[in-house]
Design a protein around this ligand. Structure first.
Ligand SMILES: *[C@@H]1O[C@H](CO)[C@@H](O)[C@H](O)[C@H]1NC(C)=O
Ligand SMILES: *[C@@H]1O[C@H](CO)[C@@H](O)[C@H](O)[C@H]1NC(C)=O
Length: 438
């Protein structure tokens, strides 16, 4: 009996801690001017050119890479040796601390439960290696080759790099997305898309934001095409990014599913790699739908893929058990807090999060017909208060991306990315960068 009382008490605590707060009804619009200057050249080496975008405390690295997967990794680990080493070592330290807190119960909801059990039983290294083994048979060699390149150039143990790249499968980020087209946007035929990342803004990530542009040799069509991955120095998985096919990805980790998710699995293709494959290899949204439908999927997620060539966007309910594709007509879950909006697909923070989804829906309805990057930045993400760590607003038809990052250590100004200045990037120009002649 005493055992049962404790068990119930623990459940209550877990729920209260991991349930998100609500958007503050007094949240303020983001009136920071958008930073529009072109990226500033820093340096180049064989197979890599480094620029910075944005000003002052909000500078983001823009790294261009060329060559084979190994050569790209090697160039990445060479031109940003210190930064990649710092990020990887800091993430490792962060992971160790989070795991300790999670196991002693002070950080509920951050990790998958099965992973914590593995760590408690076997230790962190072995638990991560088990996860690596569970995904390796489904993972193509080019990811391993790129990580080997980063390792050889930076000196960071390749095992550590591989283990860190399991992070997406093990943690539960909460995030928001929308896709808007047709009658929702002012320019006929245009597509707008959002991905706001709410996750681990107390860790090392916000100090190392990076847009990595992979310049793919398109003379061999098996190689795919040029794309930009928005993440961090030394990190090669994708959770947000845009491709030269005017397509982009969004992703939300699901902590509050319903039974329509059916089941999760740890054996399969890490979703951060599927998302990168979408950027690199998919020519249209239909390719992505096929890819996702046929993938060996793993955990509960919501994904989003937009395609300006087809003037549309789909949201995807994603798990080992299901792949359901949503437009504005069949959007789920149903609820008065998640009304259907013409030519818009959206979720705030989770599958079942009435507090955030209803405010996001309200702001999208307010701007319906006029959903633009400027209005999204000023009055949507800031008022919904989503995207504490990193935000991408994609104007797919305009080949433009707007990025904001959380406050870096020792920086001035507000903490959350949604309250900070956004940086505008002309993706057409980024994708046309010429290879260094070294
Ligand atoms: C949990 O571990 C952290 C160390 O990471 C420590 O600071 C904290 O006091 C511990 N809490 C409990 C309840 O043991
Ligand atoms: C669209 O929004 C902009 C502000 O970003 C505003 O200036 C413009 O008047 C709006 N257009 C319509 C038709 O509401």
């Amino acid at each position: 009996m005493a055992g049962r009382v404790t068990f119930i008490a623990t459940l209550v605590v877990v729920f209260v801690f991991s349930c998100h707060a609500k958007p503050d009804p007094h949240a303020k619009p983001n009136h920071n001017p958008i930073q529009t200057g072109p990226p500033v050249f820093v340096k180049q080496i064989k197979n890599a050119k480094l620029y910075t975008a944005g000003k002052g405390d909000d500078v983001i690295k823009v790294l261009h890479l060329w060559g084979t997967p190994y050569e790209m990794g090697y160039a990445h680990g060479t031109i940003l040796k210190d930064e990649a080493t710092d990020l990887l070592n800091e993430v490792w330290g962060y992971l160790e601390k989070q795991v300790t807190d999670a196991i002693n119960g002070t950080l509920p909801g951050f990790f998958q439960e099965w992973f914590l059990k593995d760590v408690a039983d076997l230790g962190l290294d072995i638990a991560l290696d088990l996860e690596r083994a569970a995904t390796k048979p489904f993972t193509p060699d080019y990811f391993d080759e790129e990580m080997k390149g980063i390792s050889d150039a930076s000196g960071v143990d390749v095992k550590k790099i591989e283990r860190i790249h399991m992070l997406g499968e093990l943690t539960k980020g909460s995030c928001s997305m929308y896709g808007a087209w047709g009658k929702a946007v002012p320019m006929p035929g245009s597509v707008m898309q959002l991905r706001a990342l709410d996750w681990a803004s107390d860790g090392p990530f916000q100090n190392h934001p990076q847009i990595t542009v992979y310049h793919i040799d398109e003379t061999n069509s098996n190689n795919g095409h040029t794309f930009a991955n928005v993440g961090w120095t030394g990190w090669i998985g994708s959770i947000q990014g845009m491709s030269s096919k005017q397509m982009a990805i969004s992703e939300i980790g699901v902590s509050y599913p319903d039974d329509t998710f059916v089941k999760e699995s740890r054996f399969g293709y890490p979703f951060t790699y599927i998302l990168r494959d979408i950027l690199q290899f998919d020519n249209t949204l239909d390719d992505s739908i096929n890819r996702i439908a046929n993938a060996r999927r793993t955990c509960n997620l919501i994904l989003g893929v937009g395609d300006a060539k087809l003037n549309t966007f789909r949201g995807i309910q994603y798990s080992a058990g299901v792949a359901n594709f949503f437009d504005d007509m069949n959007l789920r879950p149903n609820g008065d807090w998640h009304p259907k909006i013409e030519n818009v697909v959206y979720w705030g923070m989770d599958w079942l999060d009435p507090d955030y989804s209803s405010v996001l829906g309200r702001q999208l309805q307010t701007y319906h017909g006029n959903i633009t990057a400027v209005n999204t930045i000023r009055d949507i993400v800031s008022i919904v208060q989503t995207g504490d760590l990193l935000i991408c607003v994609y104007d797919l038809s305009g080949n433009t991306m707007y990025v904001a990052n959380a406050k870096k250590e020792n920086a001035q100004g507000p903490k959350n990315a949604y309250d900070r200045p956004f940086i505008r990037l002309n993706m057409k120009v980024l994708f046309m960068e010429s290879r260094p002649t070294l």
